[in-house]
Design a protein around this ligand. Sequence first.
Ligand code: CP
Length: 305
Amino acid sequence: MKHLVNPLDLSIDEIQEILDLAKDIERDMKKYSKVCEGKKLATLFYEPSTRTRLSHEAAMLNLGGSVLGFSSADESSASKGESISDTIRTVSCYSDIIAIRHPKEGSALIASEFSQVPIINAGDGGHEHPTQTLTDLLTIQAEKGRLDNLTVGLCGDLKFGRTVHSLIKALVRYPNIKFVLISPEELRLPNYIVQEVLKKNNVPYIEEVRLTNALPNLDLLYMTRVQKERFFNEAEYIRMKDFYVLDSNKMKLADKNMLVLHPLPRVNEIHPEIDNDPRAVYFKQVQYGVYVRMALIIKLLDIQV
Ligand code: CP
């Protein structure tokens, strides 16, 4: 049985199979509308979500399956003190596949150790968010035409932003990827990722505080919000939250083909005035997230299509 806890649980070939299947689903959604008939997806969300929970649910419904679950810990017996392992043992009896989001790093790995059905990590604390990475890879491949030979700017909260951590791990496996890590000093990429992912794989990177310095040289700009829920000190969050605001003036510095991605939700870091700029693809990214999760569910359930 296969789980998706970490982006590295999938080989490059398996990722490409998922992206190819997602593109076929986009071309002909109807062809897949019954392939999960009789199957159930459980969504166990101990932390708030709009896109990840609803896109997993939409994906399963689009495949002809059904969904059950909870959208906050308060709605579940976690509020009475039940452990993740007991909850997973229980929900495995009710469902064929489980997507779990939890504030604790490592929670999805624990879930995978106790589950009788495939586990999808829908975000574990400030650690990983592998289905967002599949979404990002599909968006980049579809909109840029390639996953190699890219200079990728990652901007914002690189310390707590789990989408950035997972995307870096996935992208370093493609040829000629360079990173520009754009953050304030306080929100730099964790040292363990610099050492164990970037340096270990000899991937070129530079660290930059000023977005305007980085913008002219990027193929992609991946913006992120400052992760309020991971801060211990509210004053520190308020000091950091508007450090970067991408607006139409700054976009004038960027290449005419540079793409802007964002996992969303955004707060103030992208001004709505650039939403109609053809380079802004963050709402297309949301749509790709449904196709790629449909493909992932098909693969993890080992459904032949
Ligand atoms: N991108 C993402 O994880 O969004 P949600 O928090 O709304 O699920």
